[in-house]
Design a protein around this ligand. Structure first.
Ligand code: FMN
Length: 194
């Protein structure tokens, strides 16, 4: 059974990307995966600063590293700010990829990232659905030695895309999300055998 981590690069209460994360998580569960829906709002992570880090890596950074490392597959729902991914997501990734000098388990910064199968989704009220955030996120993830699923999906006009229960209204959009989820699980089976 694949262990899948799903998270969004937004902590906004009514975030479209958090809603999309919940949709993807539900589909992965239906497909038989063991899913962890991670909310970055549950992590107390300051803005990265090497001086701060020198005084000790925050406990929630270690918790994030562990969560990323424990799951062979991830789905990231990435909002778009000014044609790129959010500072929240970058900050979380920067902390998670920074070696912890005092801890032998985390001296390799890439350890939480290496070999992960990652599917990218995004949602935006605009027409492009946050697609440009994915185009910036992709090279970052490749640099950290993740395996990106070739399928990805950007949900445009997100303000009218969900019903009152958080489900996607249009079947075609549901199928695009399902396609990403299923490809991630397929590749995880082949790369990790679970
Ligand atoms: C500073 C800022 C810049 C933004 N730039 C873009 C953008 O380049 N493209 C886009 O589609 N939406 C842009 N938006 C709108 C976001 O897509 C919108 O706020 C969205 O709801 C954020 O994702 P969330 O709902 O998951 O929090 C921007 C929003 C902010 C606050």
């Amino acid at each position: 059974m694949s262990q899948l981590l799903v998270f969004a690069g937004s902590t906004r209460q009514q975030s479209f990307n958090r809603r999309l994360a919940r949709v993807a998580a539900g589909m992965a569960q239906e497909a038989g995966a063991q899913v962890t829906l991670l909310d970055l709002a549950d992590f107390d992570i300051p803005l990265y600063n090497a001086d701060l880090e020198a005084r000790g890596t925050p406990p929630d950074v270690l918790r994030l590293k562990q969560a990323l490392y424990a799951h062979p597959a991830w789905i990231i729902c990435s909002p778009e700010y000014n044609g790129s991914y959010t500072a929240l997501l970058k900050n979380a990734i920067d902390w998670a990829s920074s070696p912890v000098k005092a801890d032998p388990a985390w001296q390799d910064g890439i350890k939480p990232f290496r070999g992960k199968v990652v599917g990218m989704l995004s949602a935006s009220p605009g027409a492009l659905g946050g697609l440009r955030s994915q185009s910036h996120l992709a090279p970052l993830l490749l640099l950290l030695e993740c395996w990106l699923a070739p399928q990805a999906f950007a949900l445009g006009q997100a303000g009218s895309a969900f019903d009152e229960h958080g489900a996607l209204v249009h079947a075609a959009q549901r199928e695009r999300v399902r396609g990403v989820v299923e490809q991630v699980l397929w590749a995880t089976q082949r790369l990790h055998g679970n």
